[in-house]
Write a protein that binds this ligand. Sequence first.
Ligand SMILES: Cc1cc2nc3c(=O)[nH]c(=O)nc-3n(C[C@H](O)[C@H](O)[C@H](O)COP(=O)(O)OP(=O)(O)OC[C@H]3O[C@@H](n4cnc5c(N)ncnc54)[C@H](O)[C@@H]3O)c2cc1C
Length: 423
Amino acid sequence: MNACDLDRHDADAPMFDRAAFRLDDAEAELVAAAQLFGRQRLAPRAAQHDRDATFPMENFRDMHAEGLLAICVPKDEGGAGASFRAYCLAASELGRYCGATALSWNMHVCSTLWTGALADDLIMTTDERREHNERRRLHYKRIVGDGAIYAQPFSEGGAAAAGTVAFGTEARAVAGGFLLNGKKIFASLSGAADYYGVLCTERGEGEKASRRNTLYLAVPAAAGGVSVVGDWDPLGMRGTVSRTLLFNDVFVPEDEMLMPRGVYFRAASCWPHMFLTLSPTYMGLAQAAYDFTVAYLRGELAGTPPVKRRMYPTKQIAVAEMRVMLEQTKALWFQAISEARANPTKEQLLRAYAAQFTVMENANALAARAIRTCGGQAMLKNLALERIYRDSRCGSLMLPWTAEICLDRLGRESLYEPGERDD
Ligand SMILES: Cc1cc2nc3c(=O)[nH]c(=O)nc-3n(C[C@H](O)[C@H](O)[C@H](O)COP(=O)(O)OP(=O)(O)OC[C@H]3O[C@@H](n4cnc5c(N)ncnc54)[C@H](O)[C@@H]3O)c2cc1C
């Protein structure tokens, strides 16, 4: 990004204003810090990582220094102790400036949010709680002290990441830990992360695979038998470098369990909003598409001649419609992230699906509208809009809550109560 780009970003208002959205002090501080970080550090580097499809390691090093790698590590473990909502708000500000970094950061942060604030909400036995608290301390120490980066490779190319069948990647208990075998596709941060937070199925000899036996293991990237394969040349989110991971008889020590046996299944069932954590990045991209359009039509966008286009009624109507869509998206999403909690009501869960669908679809719709409204010069590759357009296209594909799956569940669960049938 050049100096003029920075000028434009200096004028950005917060997406979720402290007073208007009644944020508490901790949220407002995190959001302000994230916005400044996104504007000053992420935005200038975004174009090159997108062009070269390279992982923005320097962003993660800076995030460590700023305390952002530990945003959801509990305060008594040295982190910022951000709540689910505070994290989502901060992440949306990062997504506004670099989608790929925000999405990769989400994969890292979930390793701490899910094992932290979310796990604190789950029912565990005293032994499970003690074991969990001891083990997560190990991960938090690495992150806070050494800036360790965690990835979140769940997808396998089948229905497992959608939550309908057991993961095909399997762990077999051996002395002192597990032997892991399997394959994960689309592993963001592949080759860059220090640990891969792998979901897999624990299976004993002759046992059937069951989702209840899902294990959540932190696999050291340097462990023998871990390899990163395949190319990475996608349409969007190119800086996530989401290549394929292979695990071939990888020994994973027991202490690397991110959750005790059975607890991931409990988390996925009781805290379903955990899967809404991919949406903040795209909320930020939706805002970015709108911001771009306003700056461009006002003739204030860096890298473009200072030509105003705002006086044409067609442009004004387009911006008005974009604003309506953006406000609708923000309002629904803010409601969903505000009411996220353990054991949500049916209404809250349906709203979460609706929010995820809306953010993922509207981010790309706003970017498409921005291109049509701003015109041909606005989609040149020296400007951010065409990257926003490509990055935002990826949102509705993200499992487990893809746009299709959200619609599928919304329709079915609106019409059927649990256990109801038509025969
Ligand atoms: C930029 C990027 C980064 C990513 N990073 C990660 C990552 O870090 N970790 C990770 O685990 N994954 C990641 N993913 C993967 C992503 O979440 C999806 O798993 C992946 O895009 C699915 O690709 P697929 O072709 O295998 O889809 P498929 O599994 O073939 O699904 C295609 C579509 O079919 C539908 N579908 C699939 N299963 C069901 C079902 N059971 N019921 C109803 N509908 C269904 C869905 O709508 C889905 O979009 C990333 C994806 C992208 C694009």
